[in-house]
Design a protein around this ligand. Structure first.
Ligand SMILES: [Zn+2]
Length: 335
């Protein structure tokens, strides 16, 4: 970010909700949206799979905790963004205190705009100031072409209801805004299911198979709770695994068509991420609006699949997936 503090990361107090984030060897906190296989962390690599999990479970891209009623903040470098409402952003939103913390900890790494950081390092002009825009809602999340990486689709977040703005012109302003937000930080109260989700995504409480990022595992779970019906998700890089996987689409179609199946899968699934995500889904009094939209789309596609002699693309995917998983089960039974 443009606001350079020159302070060592460990000398900056963390928001309470960021207490669980691991640090790298230099003391930089590893924010939730960055891909983090166990053996290495690449701060320049925002993970699309982690973004899908953040979108489905409605979590902050820095601390990984739910938004609940708090505003959702996006970093912007051009004031024109403030004239657009709704506005499409290429990164997942963050809590206010988390956005201001990210502005403190580093100009280039650990920020929700590490990709821009990469561009700056290549010599583009750095912006004069940083804007943080606080929105009341995430209206939609969808995969579409990236403005930064041509030829690739990434997840975009459509933010609406612009409510407040921080304009950070220099390090002093950024620090003052952060200190104020820290004093006012209210605790995020998690229920048991949210706690387990955050633990899986942030605390890395389980050992992943050879070099796998826990974010990837959670994205599989996010796909099955409804992410399969995120518009354009199939074109997003790194999602092919779920498009090709034998059961992801089938389970997603099952839980949107028969919501009570989530509780059953929570008990029956032997995969911890799936069981956790299904338990979360089964115990929500109301789903986050983005997931509600995906479920509505999923139900529509399932109905189309049942009615139509010319099934939709997803219906074809689901049938293919079902055949694949049945074939796998038969093979297993023969052994
Ligand atoms: Zn946060």
């Amino acid at each position: 970010m443009a606001v350079e503090t020159g302070r060592r990361p460990e000398s900056i107090p963390r928001p309470a909700r960021c207490a669980d984030l691991r640090s790298d060897e230099r003391g930089y906190p590893i924010i939730t949206t960055v891909s983090q296989p166990p053996d290495r962390v690449d701060f320049g690599s925002i993970s699309e799979r982690r973004k899908l999990a953040l979108a489905a479970f409605d979590l902050c891209a820095v601390c990984g905790h739910p938004f609940h009623d708090e505003l959702r903040w996006q970093v912007a470098f051009e004031e024109q963004v403030l004239d657009m409402d709704p506005a499409l952003h290429g990164e997942a939103p963050v809590h206010e205190v988390c956005g201001l913390y990210a502005a403190q900890i580093c100009p280039f790494v650990s920020s929700p705009h590490a990709r821009l950081g990469d561009q700056w390092r290549k010599g583009s002009r750095r912006p004069e100031k940083v804007l943080l825009a606080g929105y009341r809602r995430t209206g939609e999340v969808l995969g579409r072409a990236s403005g930064l990486q041509t030829g690739h689709a990434v997840l975009h977040f459509d933010m609406g209801g612009l409510d407040r703005v921080h304009v950070l012109r220099n390090a002093e302003e950024a620090r003052a805004a952060y200190e104020r937000a820290l004093t006012e930080e209210a605790p995020v109260v998690l229920d048991a299911q949210e706690r387990r989700l955050v633990d899986l995504l942030v605390n890395l409480t389980r050992q992943e198979p050879a070099g796998e990022d826990s974010g990837g595992v959670m994205a599989g779970a996010a796909w099955m709770v409804g992410g399969a019906f995120c518009p354009g998700v199939r074109d997003v890089m790194t999602m092919q695994h779920y498009v090709d996987g034998p059961a992801y689409d089938t389970i997603a179609a099952t839980v949107v068509a028969k919501p009570r199946m989530a509780a059953r899968l929570a008990v029956e699934s032997t995969d911890e991420a799936t069981a956790t995500a299904m338990d979360w889904l089964a115990t929500r009094r109301s789903l986050p609006p983005v997931l509600q939209r995906w479920h509505a789309e999923g139900r529509r596609r399932v109905r189309t699949d049942r009615r139509s002699s010319r099934p939709s693309d997803t219906a074809v995917d689901i049938r293919k997936a079902r055949r694949k998983s049945q074939a796998a089960a038969r093979k297993k039974n023969r052994r």
